[in-house]
Design a protein around this ligand. Structure first.
Ligand SMILES: Cc1cc2nc3c(=O)[nH]c(=O)nc-3n(C[C@H](O)[C@H](O)[C@H](O)COP(=O)(O)OP(=O)(O)OC[C@H]3O[C@@H](n4cnc5c(N)ncnc54)[C@H](O)[C@@H]3O)c2cc1C
Length: 396
């Protein structure tokens, strides 16, 4: 690691996308990741709506990824409480990508050695003489960075440095996995959701054999083994699904054990995004580190891709890749680039987070009064329930 580089913390979707966006604008960066290898297995798959595809187009990887997953054309919501079903066609692009495909493709598009593994950030301090951030790692090493972009996820150290308020927990947990039907599945290419009481199951085919599914269900402090043991995840999920259709239960029974993951659902309060600092001096946050949200709209990952495009565009416009007489020149406008980024992104991530929050709280509460309040707020504030997918992050 060298001093005075553009440093990105975290090689998740947002960190890799940000490095790629910067690379496409001619700005060199280094990504420091705490794991010893690419984290491309956990979380099974990710639904990407058309706003996310626009960002992937700008990153130059959309066509490669389109080849890995079928387009989904219908959205079907089934309420098992009242037997109602609501079908809508999906006009824009929606596909469910295997996380491995997404992460591997972003990584492969980067110059070699952009990502350094086994680098766990411990703390950030500002050097009083140069005003540059000094990053200290748990192995005791430290570097001075030109700027720091915190893409270190929902438990972000960089967000703490910016004094963003602590994240909170939904009363729900998320379980995800794949089921591979060797002889092909018989499901339509639709995004099907089944809801009963406080449990929601989503199912999205990736191709003719493989189906991605997720469950949002009440978080009951579970046997600790659930964090490590896939069979415990399967058993706990099936307990919640005894009243669900047989094909849903079978999907969980036959799921690939290696793909099963369990997560408590965390969010940054939308009102904290309205007031919180997105950057301080040479340090900025993006992705889940800034706006971790529940999975109820399927937008957390896409919002991180949008962040990457907007941030890199502003950094390039403010001269981060300026070359004079064959040499890169120092840039003093980092604060202005981050300021424009914050201005462009604040209302977007606030509205996404608010709609996600209300949707999650509606699913998680048993109180009738609260349900009515959440429904009224959703209807009043988000009458076009899928309006958020029309967002265009613009050209890189
Ligand atoms: C159940 C569930 C379903 C979801 N479904 C969808 C969906 O369908 N569509 C969608 O768009 N989004 C979805 N999301 C949200 C999406 O997964 C996240 O928004 C996205 O993965 C966040 O990416 P990120 O890169 O910002 O953070 P992360 O993926 O958390 O990556 C952070 C990276 O930083 C590293 N790191 C952390 N701390 C440090 C440190 N101190 N030093 C160095 N490295 C560090 C981590 O190891 C990690 O690699 C879902 C989330 C959940 C929980």
């Amino acid at each position: 690691m060298e001093d005075d580089e553009v440093v990105i913390i975290g090689a998740g979707i947002c960190g890799l996308a940000t490095a790629l966006a910067l690379h496409r604008k001619g700005i060199k960066s280094v990504v420091l990741e705490k794991s010893d290898s690419l984290r491309n297995i956990t979380g099974a798959a990710i639904g990407i709506w058309q706003n996310g595809w626009r960002a992937l187009d700008q990153l130059g990887v959309a066509d490669t990824l389109r080849r890995t997953a079928a387009a989904i054309k219908r959205d079907r919501m089934v309420s098992l409480d009242g037997g109602r079903q609501h079908d809508t066609s999906i006009d824009g692009e929606f596909r469910s990508l295997k996380r491995k495909d997404l992460i591997d493709t972003l990584y492969a598009a980067l110059p070699p050695a952009t990502v350094k593994f086994g680098c766990q950030l411990e703390s950030i301090k500002i050097d009083p003489n140069t005003t540059k951030p000094v990053l200290r790692f748990i192995d005791g090493s430290s570097i001075m960075a030109k700027v720091v972009i915190g893409c270190d996820g929902g438990k972000s150290i960089v967000a703490n440095f910016l004094n963003l308020k602590a994240t909170k927990m939904f009363p729900l947990c998320g379980i995800r996995g794949f089921t591979n039907y060797r002889n092909g599945h018989l499901f339509d290419h639709e995004f099907a959701r089944f809801r009963k009481d406080n449990v929601l199951v989503g199912r999205i085919p990736i191709n003719g054999n493989m189906v991605y599914w997720f469950i949002a269900q009440p978080y009951v402090p579970a046997d600790k083994r659930i964090w490590e043991d896939p069979e415990e995840i399967r058993r706990t999920s099936l307990e919640f699904l005894s009243d669900f259709p047989q094909d849903v239960q079978e999907m969980i029974e036959y799921a690939d054990a290696n793909s099963l993951s369990f997560a408590r659902l965390r969010y940054r309060a939308p009102w904290d995004l309205l007031t919180g600092k997105f950057y301080k001096g040479r340090v900025v946050v993006a992705g889940d580190a800034l706006h971790v949200m529940g999975p109820f709209l399927g937008q957390g990952g896409s919002a991180g891709l949008e962040d990457a495009v907007v941030l890199a565009r502003n950094m390039a416009q403010l001269g981060f890749n300026r070359v004079e007489s064959g040499r890169k020149v120092m840039v003093h406008d980092h604060e202005e680039a981050f300021n424009i980024f914050a201005r462009e992104r604040r209302m977007r991530v606030f509205r996404l987070s608010l709609q996600t929050y209300l949707t999650g709280m509606l699913l998680g509460t048993s109180s009738r009064l609260k349900k009515v309040i959440y429904i009224v707020l959703l209807v009043v504030l988000f009458s076009n329930t899928r309006g958020h997918v029309d967002y265009d992050c613009g050209v890189l």
